[in-house]
Design a protein around this ligand. Structure first.
Ligand code: CA
Length: 224
């Protein structure tokens, strides 16, 4: 059984999450604060963590740092509507995804399934195929309708980082640091320029991208 640790201080939401996940045959552990989360995770390592950012005893981002010290378990953040900066901090700290409250239970369940799928090692699939283009990560080659698309080294690197995390939001800071180096992190105009170029080369309708998605104020997401 897949063990899910739920960290949420609102009793009603905590109970609703527990009941819904238990009904889907997840093995559920619920706690109401950050200290309890770190203790529960250490005692019985979960397969996935659902973490509210606003906790009574510590910031949810501290919980992420605590977990990331020893585990790569998928972490899905629950955050308040106005917490845009908090979301970026949480994603930069190593969270995998986020949901803004209030959210639908079906949406959460879909995110859980996606996060668990991504957590499965997938080393034998260096080729990513979308309906518009195909990326061969081993050969460093992108084709569109069987015709090779020429990418600059920077465009390629950006695409490579995004496709490493299919379906997952990658923050602007993370992309800048991976592609341009650790001293970067604020030059989001670089990203806008290069993402526009990638969309022109790869998307069927660059103005309405289906694979290279912007998450305003947060970062970018590759949807296969
Ligand atoms: Ca809360």
């Amino acid at each position: 059984m897949t063990r899910v640790l739920i960290v949420e201080d609102e009793p009603q939401l905590r109970r609703a999450l527990g009941i819904n996940l238990h009904a889907r045959r997840y093995d559920v552990v619920t706690v109401a604060d950050g200290g309890g989360a770190l203790r529960a995770a250490a005692a019985n390592p979960p397969d996935l963590v659902i973490l509210d950012l606003g906790l009574p005893d510590m910031d949810g981002v501290e919980v992420i740092h605590g977990l990331r010290g020893w585990t790569q378990v998928p972490i899905i953040i629950l955050s308040a509507r106005d917490g845009q900066d908090d979301k970026v901090d949480a994603l930069d700290a190593g969270a995998d995804d986020y949901l803004t409250k209030p959210f639908g239970m079906d949406e959460l369940l879909a995110r859980i399934r996606a996060a668990l799928r991504r957590a499965q090692p997938n080393e034998d699939a260096p080729v990513i195929t979308t309906e518009t283009f195909t990326i061969d990560l081993a050969a460093k080659r992108v084709t569109r309708a069987d015709v090779e698309v020429r990418l600059t080294p920077t465009e390629w690197h950006l695409l490579e980082v995004l496709t490493r995390y299919p379906g997952r939001l990658v923050t602007g800071k993370q992309l800048l640091q991976e592609v341009w180096g650790p001293t970067h992190g604020v030059e989001t105009n670089y990203l806008r320029v290069y993402m526009a170029q990638l969309r022109r080369k790869l998307e069927a309708e660059p103005a309405h991208p289906r694979h290279l998605i912007t998450e305003p104020g947060l970062g970018y997401r590759f949807e296969p």
